[in-house]
Write a protein that binds this ligand. Structure first.
Ligand code: PEP
Ligand code: MN
Length: 337
């Protein structure tokens, strides 16, 4: 159940609604976006409560949703969401190319990579400062120092920047340094992190957990939206299967399924799905053909020297070829890179 409040609803009207819901013992989330205030409630409401709600002056509309995710659902918003970051649009008729190294290693590495990628249509540079590593003995990334490097490098290359946030305590500082936040696969159901990112005023790339169903993934998007941030970009990055030829199995059917369930943009990360560079161009073309709104790809100026995920890192030249091929597919599907 979703309650849309009128645009001019006052804070006392919002409080009145909150009190009514609290008294009835109904768990709810009040989500303020730039355009409006929406309240999500888990339960189906009794008739008497519906009547009481309808009598409140601040209420514009009540929407019953058949899905457990509500603000992320097509019944809440039937038009595709297009997210604007700087002058880049993600969603609709645009295919966004997001590329860059797995991890921030130095300011020079970031600038070199960005300068090479610019010519291939990349407007957003990915690079992580906080690295979720399987082994506690592996390098864990440069942390806050890396974020500062990302920002300093941006002054030289001018691209938008995105980076992963792993800890709720780091959300505010990460949001100060980057244009797009990323939640990695391992943290898709870190609910405290999702709530904190819900309070940030930056778009969020939400990766699919490697064992998460599409519904669980959308419920995680719902967490972010219910806490106030409606700028969520879903990212398919492969799921765990019995197959060993790739690191994960890229589930491209999820892109098509999501179109029937949500208005949120969906991008694809073929790099972490494949875990190997050779098939990334093929997976990228397939992702755009099935309707992905963008690609997230690992590129390193010297792939073999990459401190993480060297096997899947493309060189800037390889990426340039991929980008030319992807542009053709985007055009065939009526969109542009
Ligand atoms: C990443 O994109 O840097 C990453 C670690 O990917 P994932 O969370 O999908 O494993
Ligand atoms: Mn990586």
């Amino acid at each position: 159940m979703l309650i849309n409040l009128k645009k001019n609803a006052s804070s006392s009207e919002v409080s009145e609604l909150r009190e009514l819901l609290d008294q009835a013992g109904l768990r709810h989330c009040i989500s303020r976006s730039e355009e409006n205030v929406v309240v999500g409630i888990e339960n189906n409401l009794p008739e008497t409560m519906m009547k009481e709600l309808q009598s409140l002056s601040a209420i514009e509309k009540l929407t019953q949703t058949s899905t457990p995710f509500k603000m992320a659902s097509l019944s809440f918003k039937s038009e595709p969401t297009v997210i604007q970051v700087g002058d880049v649009l993600i969603g609709g008729s645009h295919v966004a190319l997001i590329a860059g190294p797995c991890a921030i290693e130095s300011e020079e590495q970031l600038v070199e990579c960005a300068e090479e990628l610019k010519d291939s249509g990349v407007k957003i540079l990915r690079a992580s400062a906080f690295k979720p590593r399987t082994s506690p003995y592996s390098w864990q990334g440069m942390g806050l120092e890396g974020l500062k490097m990302h920002k300093r490098a941006q002054e030289k290359h001018g691209l938008l920047i995105e980076s992963e946030v792993m800890d709720p305590r780091d959300v505010a500082v990460t949001a100060e340094h980057v244009d797009i936040l990323r939640i990695g696969a391992r943290n898709m159901q870190n609910f405290d992190l999702l709530k904190e990112v819900g309070k940030a005023n930056k778009p969020v790339i939400l990766k699919r957990g490697m064992s998460a169903t599409i519904e669980e993934w959308l419920m995680s998007a719902e967490y972010i939206m219910a806490h106030g941030n409606h700028q969520v970009i879903l990212c398919e990055r492969g799921i765990r299967t019995f197959e060993k030829a790739t690191r994960s199995t890229l589930d491209l059917s999820s892109v098509a399924i999501l179109r029937t369930l949500t208005h949120l943009p969906v991008i694809v990360d073929p790099s972490h799905a494949a875990g190997r560079g050779d098939i990334i161009p093929a997976l990228s073309k397939a992702a755009v053909a099935v309707g992905a709104d963008g690609l997230l790809i690992e590129v390193h100026p010297q792939p073999k020297q990459s401190r993480c995920d060297a096997r899947q890192a493309l060189s800037p030249d390889e990426f340039e070829n991929l980008s030319e091929e992807v542009k053709v597919i985007a055009k065939v599907t009526g969109r542009q890179v």
